[in-house]
Design a protein around this ligand. Sequence first.
Ligand SMILES: NC(=O)c1ccc[n+]([C@@H]2O[C@H](COP(=O)([O-])OP(=O)(O)OC[C@H]3O[C@@H](n4cnc5c(N)ncnc54)[C@H](OP(=O)(O)O)[C@@H]3O)[C@@H](O)[C@H]2O)c1
Length: 294
Amino acid sequence: MRILLTGKNGQLGRCFQDVVAVSTHELFAYGSSELDIANADQVAAIVAEVKPDVIVNAAAYTAVDNAEQDQAQAYAVNEQGTANLAKAAQALDIPVIHVSTDYVFDGQAVEPYKPSDATNPQSVYGASKLAGEQALAAFCTRYLVLRTAWVFSEYGNNFVKTMLRLGNEREALNVVADQYGCPTYAGDLAKAILQLCDRYQATQELAWGIHHYCGDLPTSWHGFARTIFTKAEQLDLLKNQPKLTAISSEQYPTPAKRPEYSVLNCATLTELGLLPCCWLDALFACLDKLVDTK
Ligand SMILES: NC(=O)c1ccc[n+]([C@@H]2O[C@H](COP(=O)([O-])OP(=O)(O)OC[C@H]3O[C@@H](n4cnc5c(N)ncnc54)[C@H](OP(=O)(O)O)[C@@H]3O)[C@@H](O)[C@H]2O)c1
């Protein structure tokens, strides 16, 4: 099957290339310099030229705090860019697999969010991603949105790599302990998307609409940091574990407000046989890869 991938240089984009490399699919992967999804003409031209069987959109404006000041660019990519892909896909009857975020929710829930739960983004990033979901629904018929959370990998910038850097630079660190979510390894998300592609190839059908896919066990950023440090020390990625202090979100103000609780209920995919990934196993494997590249 011919798969068109946008955002090939991001965490998910790179992991998706890794998993497709050992599949039978033919991948047409583009970075932002080759395919700017905010450019409608370019999107239409490349989609028409490649004529893929499915489009996987891993491109997004993901700088959550910068988006508060850079609203126009966040919407240009996350809303307009998604709309451009949706229109180009619809013109050729191609399904789109798109990725969204837990930050579409306000974090006031007391149990894991289901895909059908009311959204109420608290940040420009979250609102722009929600606008992207709505653009997909408005402009194309066969789309699948996977909302995910707290993405990490051996590639790019993410919480795991930030903690390793800070842990090696500092003796003590304060980390927020009152925000809860599910870490998700980009490689697991990439595998889940590939499984969906396989399924589409076999049946020409998918459970179109919005689903949730994230790591299996909720934790706080503080809990996540503790786990990272413990394992990183065993692997010699850290000289010593820094003293870790739990703080509140109030003590660590950021330009963008984050949801306090953004645990996602992944049941709609579990019912289809796509199980949430074990983020702890994935974290250990990811840290092993970082040892190899040290
Ligand atoms: N990271 C997280 O914690 C997290 C959490 C929840 C959901 N998500 C969602 O998961 C998906 C993948 O995230 P990620 O962590 O892989 O993001 P990432 O590492 O920041 O990668 C995003 C990619 O999008 C590309 N991009 C930006 N603007 C573009 C444009 N106009 N046209 C084409 N490409 C463009 C960037 O390319 P350049 O760098 O070349 O500009 C970058 O490689 C996104 O939809 C994100 O919203 C992420």
